[in-house]
Design a protein. Sequence first.
Length: 181
Amino acid sequence: MGPPGVGKGTQADRIKKKLNIIHLSTGNILRGEIETESDVGLKAKTFMNKGKLVPDEVLLDIIRYRISRPDCQYGYLLDGFPRTLPQAEGLNVIMNDIDHELDAAISLTADENELVRRLVLRGKESGRSDDNPEVVRKRQQVYWQQTAPLIDYYKKEGLLKEVNGLGTIPEITKRIMEALV
Ligand code: AMP
């Protein structure tokens, strides 16, 4: 977990290599669906372009299908999911059903103004259509309203690892790895 722009994707990519596990980014999965113009993609696009969350049922269907596949049986890292309490509760049900167990929930923390600056820069470099100032602010707002409550949820479950997300990329990776042992 972590607000948009905190470096979830960058860190997930590094951690998956260190732990030799699969990296599942729901943002990437949805962008792939949009590219192939699937039904899910067409539905998701209208939400994503406004910086809003795609409905929980869509995400839970994607995750159930994806983590049940054989390549996930030795472990996986979820990036950008869950993002709401119903998604976290749904994930619990799915993992129970297929006999999986959540080891940890990592929350990357950072200053909001720095994040908006980073994201607008990323938008210019990568051309991601939801990385423009207006949508970026909206995505931050959505994070604090809908996703931040998950921090307490995972704290109560005893799974939360809070990691300072400001610093160099390798420094942050090191902090995450230390938090996981
Ligand atoms: P991300 O790449 O994680 O920043 O996600 C980009 C966009 O995809 C978000 O702003 C949402 O519109 C959508 N999205 C990704 N993951 C989720 C999720 N778990 N729940 C709802 N919407 C999501």
